[in-house]
Design a protein around this ligand. Sequence first.
Ligand code: ADP
Ligand code: ADP
Length: 218
Amino acid sequence: MIEVRNLTKRYGATTAVDGLDFRVEPGRVTGFLGPNGAGKSTTLRMVLGLDRPTAGEALVHGRPYAELEAPLRRVGALLDAHAVHGGRTARGHLRWLAASNGLPRRRLDEVLQQVGLAEAADRRIKGFSLGMRQRLGVAAALLGDPPVLLLDEPVNGLDPEGIRWIRTLLRGLAGEGRAVLVSSHLMAEMALTADHLVVVGRGRLLADLSTEAFLAQH
Ligand code: ADP
Ligand code: ADP
């Protein structure tokens, strides 16, 4: 589903991602675990074709994301929950995203319900807490009914109930056969959410193993 091979990104003298190799398989939640600055966001951006690798490659369904044909291109991504136009309502934001990405609007109410924003759907985003913005970001990622989901630190800003909610949601999505890659710097949270862990530090792969095997070692 997602395959990263020798993926490398340098910004001047900084090596943000340093020869990463890993795969994200369908039907399970893969936790992308590492401290801040480990290169997780940069990796996700390269998988989505938003940043160009200095070396190596990131493939989705066997191809670079930018080369995918429309149906395969449905990858749901949550990158930055802050970067949402605050003047719009939640529903207006999703309607705009659907229109600009050629996605049907028929799933709008369903995803708003799925993320627990049905009642806040017609309120302006600028009054939303960070947790509500995270939920809205997840709704946007789900809009295209994607077989592959990437979420960058979706738990940030969520309260304990929100954290439990996202855990249940991600496990359900993987249970439907989707490939789910979720980044976090919180080991305890990933141990509860992920089936498989890809652990990185300073841009390098430190471990790639089942959560069970990881917990047996720690
Ligand atoms: P993480 O998501 O794990 O916190 P990032 O991928 O955001 O890590 O960052 C990895 C490293 O790359 C950090 O040292 C960061 O400062 C650096 N970096 C990320 N983006 C850029 C950029 N556009 N220009 C320069 N350095 C960057
Ligand atoms: P809008 O109300 O903005 O036109 P809709 O959600 O009603 O958006 O539909 C968007 C497009 O998706 C329409 O062309 C519709 O025919 C199509 N569509 C609706 N339901 C399905 C479905 N189950 N499978 C495939 N296409 C569908």
